[in-house]
Design a protein around this ligand. Structure first.
Ligand code: FE
Ligand code: FE
Ligand code: ZN
Length: 277
C-alpha cells in the first residue's frame, strides 16, 4: 500500500490541513512552508502543530511532504537571491521541528549559466550549513524536469549532491513522475528499468516520497507542465503500475495536479481503487 494525498493551503493552519486531507480521502498531504513570493514565514502555533500530530496519529497518516518555496534557489549566482534562499532553507528546517519525523522537499535549484559543476557544490554547502545532527526531518531533493538550467535533471546530478552531504542519514529524494518523464525517463514503457536505474545511481533506500502527476508533454520534453491523472502523456495504465510498483510501496504519494478539492477527492479515490493491497 501507499499513502496518498494532495497539496493543501496553509491559510487555516495545520490541524485544518489534516482535516482537509482526511475529508478528501487522503492520509498524507503537502504544503508550502512559506509564501513562494518570499517574505517572512507566519509564526507557528505549537498548539496547532500538536493538534495535527494527534490527528495524524488517530487517523493513521503517513509522513507529510512539506515543500520549500519555488523562488528558493540556493545555488543562485546573485548573492542576494542565494542569501534569501539559504536563510529560508535554514529557517524552514527549524520550523519543521514542530512536526518531527516528516519530510522537507525542495527544488535543488537552477544554475542560471554557471553550470552544474558550480551549482552542485553550492547546493550541498547550503544544506550542510542548514542541517544539524539532531534534526528530526529528512530533507528531500526533488527530481526535476530539466527546464531551463534546473539542477537535478537526472539521477546522476541528484547523486552528486547527495555525495557531498555531511549528514547522510538525513538526506533523501522525492521522485516527481511528471518531472522524470519530462526529463527523459520512460516510466510508461520501461518503469522497471527506470526504477533499476534509480537504484543503481542513487539507491532505492533514498527514495522517500513521490509527487504523482501526469504530464501535458511527451517524454524528454523538459517542459514541466502537470496534467490531471490519466489525462496526460503518462496515462492511466502507467499510473496504475506506478502506484503498485514494489519499489514504491509504503511511500507518501502527493498529487500536484491542476485540480480543485472535488478533483483531488476524485483522483485520490481513483488511485485507492487501483491499489492491489
Ligand atoms: Fe516541486
Ligand atoms: Fe513536484
Ligand atoms: Zn513540476
Amino acid at each position: 500500500m501507499i499513502y496518498i494525498g494532495n497539496h493543501l493551503s496553509t491559510s487555516k493552519g495545520f490541524l485544518a490541513m489534516g482535516k482537509a486531507a482526511l475529508s478528501l480521502g487522503g492520509d498524507t498531504f503537502a504544503f508550502f512552508t512559506r509564501n513562494p513570493r518570499g517574505g517572512a514565514a507566519k509564526a507557528i502555533d505549537p498548539e496547532d502543530t500538536e493538534a495535527l500530530k494527534a490527528f495524524m496519529k488517530q487517523h493513521h497518516f503517513g509522513p507529510l511532504v512539506a515543500h520549500g518555496p519555488y523562488t528558493m534557489n540556493v545555488c543562485a549566482e546573485k548573492p542576494e537571491v542565494r542569501e534569501f534562499s539559504r536563510n529560508a532553507l535554514a529557517e524552514d528546517l527549524k520550523r519543521m521541528e514542530y512536526l518531527p519525523g516528516n519530510y522537507y522537499n525542495f527544488h535543488p535549484g537552477s544554475h542560471v549559466g554557471q553550470g552544474e559543476d558550480v551549482a552542485i557544490p553550492l547546493i550541498a554547502e547550503a544544506l550542510n550549513k542548514a542541517m544539524w545532527e539532531e534534526q528530526q526531518t529528512t530533507v528531500l531533493l526533488e527530481t526535476m524536469a530539466g527546464k531551463g538550467s534546473e539542477v537535478g535533471r537526472n539521477f546522476e546530478e541528484i547523486r552528486r549532491i547527495i555525495d557531498l552531504i555531511t549528514l547522510q542519514d538525513k538526506i533523501g529524494v522525492c521522485l516527481d513522475t511528471c518531472h522524470v518523464w519530462d526529463g527523459g525517463y520512460d516510466i510508461v514503457d520501461k518503469l522497471d528499468e527506470v526504477m533499476d536505474e534509480f537504484d543503481r545511481v542513487i539507491g532505492l533506500e533514498r527514495l522517500k516520497a513521490i509527487h504523482i502527476n501526469d504530464s501535458m508533454n511527451p517524454v524528454s520534453s523538459h517542459k514541466d507542465r502537470h496534467a490531471k491523472i490519466g489525462e496526460g502523456y503518462i496515462g492511466k495504465e502507467a499510473m496504475e503500475r506506478i502506484v503498485n510498483h514494489p519499489a514504491l510501496q509504503n511511500l507518501p504519494f502527493i498529487l500536484e495536479t491542476p485540480n480543485d478539492d472535488e478533483g483531488y477527492a476524485k483522483e485520490i479515490a481513483q488511485i485507492r481503487g487501483w491499489m492491489h493491497s
